[in-house]
Design a protein around this ligand. Structure first.
Ligand code: ARG
Length: 279
């Protein structure tokens, strides 16, 4: 596959500045409220991510961060969005439940035709990744397996359920990255055996990450089909991506990792045509 040249597609993303970022509670194994966080480092790492996305020519919208919601920077969890329809998250933990009304308001005020909060526990694009004709759906820690039917019905797209088994990789987007419509990279041991069978069948040539890379949150990568944003320390994965014609771009999210998040967690993709897009 070496020498293959990729074409990226212009994307539309929703981000939330880490104005109120902090680690004050623990709802995943990465979070230790006893450790100090540096607000200015979180902000500069997030600004770098924002800058890379806009420099690549993508549309980036912002939702206002709210005080008292330190995890709101992780916009990927806010909803699943495609073609003017938004299925807003229902968070498992009380600490994040206050984010849902903010997302409902954001989509409604922007003229999305169909906006509703998920009736099952559903942590948005953290657990539901759109790829080609299918939505990969993670469960095991945050979103319920019951959320799949609702997603399938709401978007009229086939959903492929995957069970996560390692608490460090508690959202699907920490264990697998969608690179383009037919390619992914993932950590095999983060998945239950039946789910791994589904993945190997669907993506026989996928890039397998190591546990060390997954622990850098290198699988929490943002890809536009050509450029792949991931931590600079993930040099082996970057080389593998290059070999397949992708262009890796380093962006560090070490401060956000103290809350168990990385680049993809901060980036909600608004798939398809959105209200206000030029006709
Ligand atoms: N502290 C946040 C939580 O535990 C991190 C969310 C990371 N988001 C993601 N899409 N993986 O909910």
């Amino acid at each position: 596959m070496s020498g293959l040249s990729r074409t990226g597609r212009r994307r539309h993303y929703l981000l939330c500045a880490p104005t109120h970022f902090d680690v004050r509670y623990s709802i995943n194994p990465w979070m230790d409220p006893g450790l100090p966080t540096a607000a200015e480092v979180a902000l500069s790492q997030w600004q770098r991510l924002h800058g890379v996305l806009t420099d690549l020519g993508h549309d980036v919208d912002l939702i206002d961060p709210l005080p008292g919601l330190p995890d709101m920077v992780f916009a990927a969890n806010g909803a699943i969005v495609a073609d003017g329809r938004a299925l807003v998250a229902s968070f498992r933990h009380a600490e994040r439940q206050g984010e849902s009304p903010a997302y409902l308001d954001w989509f409604r005020s922007r003229g999305y035709t169909e906006v509703r909060q998920s009736s099952a526990l559903n942590e948005g694009e953290g657990d539901f990744l759109t790829t080609g004709d299918v939505i990969l759906a993670g469960s095991g820690f945050r979103s319920d397996a019951e959320a799949r039917d609702e997603v399938q019905e709401f978007f009229g797209k086939k959903v492929l359920g995957l069970t996560l088994v390692d608490p460090r990789f508690y959202h699907l987007d920490t264990a697998i990255a969608v690179l383009d419509e037919h390619e992914v990279m993932y950590l095999p041991q983060a998945f239950a055996p039946e789910s791994l069978d589904l993945l190997t069948e669907r993506y026989p040539d996928a890039i397998a990450a190591t546990e060390d890379e997954a622990c850098l949150f290198a699988l929490n990568a943002v890809s536009d089909g050509k450029h792949v944003i991931l931590p600079t320390a993930a040099t082996r994965l970057a080389a593998q991506l290059r070999e397949r014609g992708f262009e890796p771009i380093g962006a560090d999210t070490t401060e956000l990792l103290k809350a168990g998040g990385g680049a993809k967690c901060c980036t909600l993709e608004l798939h398809g045509v959105q209200p206000g897009d030029a006709d």
